[in-house]
Design a protein around this ligand. Structure first.
Ligand code: AMP
Length: 290
């Protein structure tokens, strides 16, 4: 295990210079953008990207632009010292942790926005969220200019949006998707899981169980698709969720809604609130063999 401390860079000019030296030596560079409070989901992205590139930069920046006015920006967990130790254990080459003023200096006026696939799902209850994400990720990618950037399958809509963003803006970074990591009990690992009381955690476990049931019912054509979804929503509410913000099936490649039949690889995606904590999850659904 590597216990060499991870170097921390706070300024974009220093990040650019470091990545430029790596590129001049012919080394490839990967980036894993995060908001910190690192868990094994984030660390699995690091291990995954290490298979493809020579050097790995992890960024930690709690981006105010992607939080709504009544969301948890102020209480979002910030634990850089612990994060740095975890990054050393997985052999990360560099932590880029810019301060607010470095990312959004006074007079900042620009907004980067992707249309269509940012409508519905997470956007419905979080207006402006994806603009916040696309603006900050554009900045991070332009500051670092990595060859590859890896985003988690857990935030599947976000991954789809960022793939579109780099394609549309000719950002020379390949966007890849890293496997969704779950805690041993099945709950999708998240920095926000620490907000859950033991009771809420028990309720939260109904999410992966319910998604699995929908996948099975739909893949085996046991129930009409909408009925399976309606039953699942009702089950989550009966289990103690305060709100089910969405539970939908979308095509995996372009997030187009699937209304009646699965004909291409698709996904069931959910966002639900237990207590004051909003949880998201998703699972793939196979298309029937033609
Ligand atoms: P966050 O710090 O929550 O903004 O997440 C940073 C990156 O880690 C995003 O690409 C997320 O999709 C990814 N991520 C978060 N949780 C998981 C998880 N359980 N499994 C895989 N990737 C994850």
């Amino acid at each position: 295990m590597n216990t060499v401390p991870v170097e921390i860079i706070r300024l974009k000019k220093d990040l650019r210079a470091r990545v430029k030296t790596w590129h001049m030596k012919g080394l490839t560079v990967g980036m894993v953008p995060t908001m910190g409070a690192l868990h094994h989901g984030h660390l699995s992205l690091v291990r995954e990207i290490q298979k493809y590139v020579d050097k790995v930069v992890v960024s930690i920046f709690v981006n105010p632009k992607q939080f709504g006015p009544n969301e948890d920006f102020d209480k979002y967990p910030r634990q850089e010292a612990e994060d740095v130790k975890k990054l050393a254990e997985v052999d990360v080459d560099l932590l880029y942790a810019p301060h607010q003023e470095e990312m959004y200096p006074g007079g900042f006026l620009t907004n980067v926005s992707v249309t269509k696939i940012t409508e519905g799902l997470c956007a419905a209850k979080r207006p402006g969220h994806f603009d916040g994400v696309t603006t900050v990720v554009t900045k991070l990618l332009l500051q670092c200019l990595p060859d590859v950037a890896l985003f988690g399958e857990k935030d599947f809509q976000q991954y789809t949006v960022l793939k579109q963003l780099t394609r549309d803006l000719d950002i020379p970074t390949e966007v890849m998707c890293g496997k969704l990591i779950r805690d041993p009990d099945g709950l999708a690992t998240s920095s926000r899981n620490i907000y859950l009381s033991p009771d809420e955690r028990r309720i939260a476990l109904e999410i992966p169980k319910t998604l699995k049931r929908v996948v099975r019912e739909v893949e085996e054509s046991r129930l009409p698709l909408q009925q399976s979804l309606d039953n699942a929503i009702q089950h989550l509410l009966d289990s103690g969720f305060r709100e089910v913000q969405y539970l939908e099936i979308r095509q995996s490649d372009d997030l187009a809604p699937v209304r009646e039949k699965i004909t291409v690889p698709s996904r069931v995606l959910v966002a639900a609130v237990v207590g004051t904590t909003r949880l998201i999850d998703n699972m793939p659904i196979k298309a029937p063999v033609a």
